[in-house]
Every structure is written in structure tokens, then in C-alpha cells.
Design a protein around this ligand. Structure first.
Ligand code: GDG
Length: 484
């Protein structure tokens, strides 16, 4: 399919003289499925607001000083005039129709690639018409980039929705440097082999000069797969494809540490944390989970574990309480709808079984909270439970650690989150092992203050050493070192 799509593309003639810098063209282009702004509220015509998150801040910062442009989908198919710039960087929209959104985004990206790349926790669905739309939309992104990047410029493409873009762009603009970063895991060979379009995806990615992953294991999975399914030769970190060198490596993403520390020290947020604790009935111990409501995050398994701890008396209604934030996500997908239904049933069973009048054992919020409120919750949480079955990194774990300046919090963390490689001070769990999760929560609850302090300070030091700005700079520095 890629070959067919590529044949339709006439290489863009680069008209500018390489020596003359055209300021209308960008020296650095960031390309992501979404733009850093989103409609204030769909259909209201109220305008745009920045998309939240450290990633947007970090990428905005690297674009600001480099004549940068961000290309992405505005998050709505309704026609609203997009601002030309955000925080001093230019924006360019790629339009996606409602039907394309269904096939490209909800379909191929989220119902084929997402489950396949997350250990096939849910069976991936393969549809040829989804794939065709994925190819078509990727080509639209590649064309938009080719029209916008300055001669010899640099392009940084993000994530699983855009894996064909590197090779498409290389054909259109062989003069530019291309980096690609995958935010989610890259699966082991046995799983990736299921994909009917595995060769096309590999060819797409191999169009980049630098391919970045969250952890070394993902980089190695990719390189092994490339050597097996394409004519690439080489090692896990350097591949040669028809005389062209492709670098492959791990660039673990992080959070905006200073911003989180500032929020965690903010008197208003600290006061809010005290208030939340009081509202929860001033318990001895607060357990917290914060996730997008996604079947990869292991939320139900965690709730079952906590529920059994109430049942066997390890936790008691008088002293312990849990809060679970489940941010609404991909709600039109049947798997997500079922996940929500089952989760809400588990929550209500737990409260029905162990709650008392005036005492809820698990507080469940199916909401997208303001970040300040999230930080207040992190400050309240004595034990943070992060138990994904598979996760590229997991920023929640790193955010929690950065809020805990007093070194009192404890983190229970899945071995299968990318963050586990760095946050060695966590109480590690295999998220499939219910008894193991229970043991880890018991251990976390019973750890003495010194042990908790030692573990937390190790995790804070490690996280603080490399924030999201370092991540972006290190990826770009590695990209600049690739050969042209
Ligand atoms: C993908 C990969 C990788 C959560 N609830 C609220 C809220 N959040 C914010 C958190 C955090 C972000 O959402 C979640 O990031 P994660 O990393 O935990 O997970 P994914 O969304 O699956 O992200 C993942 C990441 O990309 C980056 O590369 O780590 O592995 O799957 O920042 O703070 N934010 C607000 N309200 C909430 O209720 N404002």
C-alpha cells in the first residue's frame, strides 16, 4: 500500500535556493497528530485554548528559538479559524474529515495499532479500509510538511498515528533531516508480525534518520524487526539501509519538573490538599490512582486488589480510603465503553460491600480535572498506585514523585511501565499478579518513614536529573548529529 501511495506523489520541487533563507519556511517542524491548541469548546465558536501537558510546553520551547512550526490536526472538523501562531510559534492545520477521523484515528490508530503495540491486551482489529485511510491521511501530513520546511531543515514526527510519514516525506523532500519518536511501546516481533501491513509500517519508519523510543527494549524490538523484514543491516542502535544510516535509540520522556515543584509548593494548592483530605474524612492513608480510562492501564485489576485488601482486613474502612480518577478517553470505542462499564460496576460493588453510611471506600471521578487539582490530589496521596499492563512511559508516576518534596509518599508501580526502568525506588508489581499487587500495597502501607524517604528521594533525584526539556533537547541534538 505504501508503494501505491508513494507512486501517486510527485516529489515537491524545492524552488528556494539553498543559500537564501526563506522565513516563510520553517527551519524546525514538529508534527503530531494534534496541534498544541484545541477548540475551547467544540461548536461554541469561542476560539482556542492551549492543550495541557508538559509535552506541549517542551516542544513549544524548542520551536520558539528555531523559526519553528507545528503541524497537526486542530481536533475538530468544524471550520473555525485557526490562530496563525501560539506562543511565538507558527501553526499549520491538517484537515481530517469526520469519516477519515473514524477510519484513521478511531480505527487504525486506536483499534489496530494501540492494542497491538500494548501486548494485544485487547484483540487488534484489522480492516483494509482503515489502513487505506491511514495511508491517505499520513500522505496528507507528509505533503503539508514538505510544503512548509525550509531547505535542509529538520522535522520531528511524533507517534503511532504517523508512522508512514518519515518515508513519504523522504521521497518528497530528500534534503531534510527527519526524526521520529514513538510515545507508546514497540511490540515484540511475534506480535508485530500479526500486522498485515508490517512491511509498510517498517518502511515508513525507516525513512527517518533517527527513530526514538521510550526504552531500550522497544528500540531493540524495532531494530530486530527491521533486520528481519527489510534489507536493513546493523545493530540495535545503528542500521544501514541501502547505504543510508539510521540511528535508533531510547529517549525516555519526562515531565516539567520545575513547574510541578512550583505547583506543589503553591500555598493555594497545598490548602486545597488539606481540604481534600478533610473531605475524605481525615483517613490515616489515602490511596490514589490517576489514569486515562484505558484498558491498558490496569485500573480494574488494581481496584480488585484494593477491594480484596478491605475484605481480608489489611485495609479498614475507618482508616483507609481510595481515590480513582479516570479521565474520559476514546468513548466511542466499544472496548472503552465496556471498560468503563466494568470499572464502574467494580467501584459500586466495592462501595456497596465495604462502605458505611457517610463512609465511601473508593471515590471515583470520571472527569478531566484541572492540573492544579491533580497536583493537590498527588499531595494528598500516601500511596500512588500505577499498574498498567503495558505503558510506553507513564507520566503520572513521574508527576507524583515530583510533587512529594516531603519524601513521604510511596509509589506502587508496574514493571511494564517504561517509567519502571528509572523509578527503581517504587514498590514494583507484575500487574497481572493480583496477589503481587496486594503484597506491594501492604508493603508500601507498612514501610517505615526512613524506607519511604530513601525510596522517594532516589526517585526524585533520578527524575529531576532529566526533565521534559532535556528530553526534547537530547533528541534534537542526536538528530542533528545524523548524517545527511
Ligand atoms: C502516552 C503514553 C507516555 C491525567 N488525568 C488528568 C490529567 N492527566 C495527565 C497526566 C499526565 C497525562 O495526562 C497522562 O500521561 P501518561 O504518560 O500517564 O499516559 P498516556 O495518556 O497514555 O500517554 C505514555 C505518554 O504518552 C508521553 O510520552 O508516557 O506511556 O501512553 O501528564 O497529568 N491532566 C489533567 N486532568 C486530569 O484529570 N489536567
Amino acid at each position: 500500500m505504501l508503494d501505491q501511495a508513494s507512486k501517486q506523489v510527485e516529489p515537491v520541487v524545492v524552488k528556494e535556493r539553498v543559500s537564501g533563507r526563506d522565513s516563510a519556511k520553517a527551519d524546525l517542524v514538529v508534527v503530531a497528530n494534534r496541534l498544541p491548541v484545541q477548540p475551547s469548546s467544540v461548536g461554541s465558536g469561542d476560539g482556542w485554548k492551549p492543550s495541557p501537558g508538559g509535552l506541549v510546553s517542551a516542544l513549544t520551547a524548542v520551536l520558539q528559538n528555531r523559526n519553528g512550526l507545528w503541524i497537526g490536526w486542530p481536533g475538530t472538523s468544524e471550520h473555525q479559524e485557526l490562530p496563525l501562531a501560539y506562543e511565538g510559534i507558527r501553526l499549520k492545520a491538517v484537515d481530517i474529515t469526520k469519516e477519515e477521523y473514524e477510519n484513521f484515528y478511531l480505527g487504525f490508530s486506536n483499534a489496530t495499532l494501540w492494542p497491538l503495540y500494548h501486548d494485544a491486551i485487547r484483540a487488534p482489529t484489522f480492516h483494509r479500509h482503515w489502513w487505506q485511510t491511514y495511508t491517505k491521511v499520513n500522505l496528507r501530513y507528509a505533503t503539508a510538511i514538505a510544503e512548509s520546511v525550509a531547505p535542509g531543515g529538520t522535522v520531528w514526527i511524533h507517534d503511532y498515528q504517523l508512522q508512514l510519514v518519515p518515508q513519504m516525506l523522504r521521497q518528497l523532500r530528500p534534503d531534510v533531516r527527519i526524526g521520529f519518536f514513538l510515545h507508546i511501546p514497540f511490540p515484540p516481533i511475534e506480535l508485530f508480525m500479526q500486522l498485515p501491513w508490517r512491511r509498510e509500517i517498517l518502511t515508513g519508519l525507516l525513512g527517518a534518520d533517527l527513530i526514538g523510543f521510550q526504552v531500550p527494549q522497544a528500540a531493540s524490538n524495532f531494530s530486530r524487526m527491521a533486520r528481519r523484514q527489510s534489507s536493513a543491516t546493523g545493530t540495535d542502535s545503528v542500521l544501514d539501509l541501502n547505504g543510508r544510516t539510521i540511528r535508533v535509540g531510547a529517549f525516555p520522556i519526562s515531565v516539567d519538573c520545575e513547574q510541578i515543584i512550583t505547583l506543589a509548593n503553591d500555598p493555594a494548592i497545598r490548602a486545597r490538599a488539606v481540604e481534600i483530605r478533610k473531605d475524605l474524612g481525615d483517613p490515616e492513608l489515602v490511596l490514589l490512582g490517576v489514569d486515562r480510562l484505558d484498558y491498558t492501564k490496569g485500573i480494574q485489576q488494581r481496584i480488585k486488589a484494593v477491594s480484596e485488601l478491605f475484605e481480608d482486613g489489611s485495609l479498614s474502612t475507618d482508616k483507609h480510603v481510595m481515590v480513582q480518577v479516570a479521565v474520559p478517553s476514546r468513548e466511542t470505542d466499544a472496548h472503552y465503553e465496556r471498560e468503563r462499564h466494568n470499572l464502574e460496576q467494580a467501584v459500586s460493588e466495592m462501595n456497596g460491600e465495604y462502605g458505611q453510611v457517610g463512609k465511601t471506600v473508593i471515590h471515583y471521578l470520571h472527569q478531566n480535572l484541572p492540573f492544579d487539582e491533580l497536583v493537590a490530589l498527588y499531595l494528598v496521596a500516601d500511596i500512588m498506585i500505577v499498574t498498567p499492563f503495558r505503558d510506553g512511559m507513564n507520566l503520572v508516576a513521574k508527576e507524583y514523585v515530583m510533587t512529594r518534596r516531603d519524601l513521604t509518599g510511596r509509589l506502587v508501580l508496574s514493571e511494564f511501565a517504561g517509567a519502571a526502568a528509572e523509578l527503581r525506588g517504587a514498590f514494583m508489581v507484575n500487574p497481572h499478579d493480583l496477589e503481587g499487587i496486594k503484597d506491594a500495597i501492604r508493603l508500601a502501607a507498612n514501610a517505615g518513614p526512613k524506607e519511604a524517604r530513601d525510596r522517594m528521594s532516589r526517585m526524585r533525584r533520578k527524575t529531576y536529573r532529566r526533565d521534559v526539556y532535556d528530553w526534547a533537547e537530547s533528541f534534537l541534538a542526536a538528530l542533528q548529529q545524523t548524517g545527511m
